[in-house]
Ligand binder design. Sequence first.
Ligand code: FES
Length: 157
Amino acid sequence: DLHSSRTGGAETEPDGLIFIGKEEDIQKSQRITAKIDGREIVVFYHEGKFHALDSRCYHEGGPLCRGEIEDIDGQACIVCPWHKFKITLETGEGLYEGINPLEPTPTPKWQSKGVKQRIHKVTIDNGNVYVSPPDLSVSFDSDYFADKYKNGGELVM
Ligand code: FES
């Protein structure tokens, strides 16, 4: 249990992690935006879990921090406020509704386009919420917009 493993030094950040905020504050506000190395991210608290994603949508850079969370096929998704793309909070997968024309009675089903939005690992320690620095040796579609809006690039809401 990380919470009881530390007795003092509440402000000491675990190695390499970036402090985002207090667990109880984010539980209350349900979401918070932050910058890690100039990159805009958003942390959601949803149904007892924290999820961190790039805040600029992989499609055209819409502000996911302003989106609504919807349950799609049992997966919590953020819906981009710009063109309503759906992104799973857990994995950053883009979902789309597709039909298989070869089925006898084709019905739309939710399918994954793969991981499109970069997600960030969240660590809770001693009542504090941290994210890990991004591993930039792997790239995701959302990186383009993360770079574009980096360090206070024009903020379009
Ligand atoms: Fe997010 Fe288009 S910018 S759906």
